[in-house]
Design a protein around this ligand. Structure first.
Ligand SMILES: CC(C)(COP(=O)(O)OP(=O)(O)OC[C@H]1O[C@@H](n2cnc3c(N)ncnc32)[C@H](O)[C@@H]1OP(=O)(O)O)[C@@H](O)C(=O)NCCC(=O)NCCS
Length: 183
């Protein structure tokens, strides 16, 4: 099982079906907050949606198409991070993430993201990792900026967020930019 505790507080674990009740409860509790930034929230209405997400994530993990993991802070599931797109031919992975509002401000996602970057370059043998953020999502943008990603440009109206299209800023890191000793 993929289970990675990289400091005293934060642990990443591959999501399993038995985690569905806890994950659904988190989405329910944080629905209004997450709705501001994440298009899938509106279509995630009951526990069957959570179970479908986990089942699909496990299938994608087996196929090598994606890696979604839960983030546990101390004993609680507080969010999700993952390579939701892995392009094997081009050795490219795109990272996405979310946390509950009350878990912000503790560096949990920066640490989780650094661990996933390490995993991406070391284990998945990626050559390039991307993170896409809406221009106004300053907390999300701060994560790749903190980790030394380069801001590379803007994809205009690349994401449909409920009733509107929003631009995405693309942050990239190359294997040649990466030094494991920085982590
Ligand atoms: C994006 C999101 C994960 C950012 O959360 P966050 O708490 O700001 O990020 P981190 O967990 O890395 O915490 C960083 C904060 O903890 C502080 N911190 C404390 N200890 C830290 C540590 N060891 N390392 C880094 N930062 C630390 C930082 O100073 C920063 O605080 P600040 O915002 O006051 O400057 C969160 O806002 C979220 O899930 N939003 C909704 C979904 C979303 O937007 N997803 C991204 C779509 S692109």
């Amino acid at each position: 099982m993929f289970r990675w505790r990289f400091d005293d507080e934060v642990e990443l674990r591959l999501l399993q079906m038995r985690n569905a009740p806890e994950l659904f409860a988190l989405v329910e509790a944080e629905r209004d907050f997450l709705y501001n930034w994440l298009p899938w929230v509106d279509h995630h209405r009951d526990i069957a949606d959570t179970e479908s997400f986990i089942r699909e994530a496990l299938e994608q993990f087996i196929l090598g198409d994606a890696v979604h993991v839960g983030i546990w802070y101390k004993a609680d599931l507080v969010g999700v991070i993952g390579y939701h797109r892995i392009d094997v031919v081009n050795q490219l992975g795109e990272l996405g993430y979310w946390l509950g509002e009350r878990s912000q401000g503790k560096g949990i996602m920066t640490r989780a993201c650094q661990a996933m970057v390490d995993y991406g370059f070391s284990d998945l043998k990626l050559n390039r990792i991307e993170i896409h953020c809406a221009p106004t999502n300053l907390r999300s943008r701060a994560i790749p900026e903190r980790l030394g990603f380069k801001e590379e440009g803007v994809l205009r109206q690349a994401e449909r967020l409920h009733d509107r299209f929003v631009d995405n800023i693309v942050y990239g890191m190359l294997a040649s930019d990466y030094s494991p000793d920085d982590s």
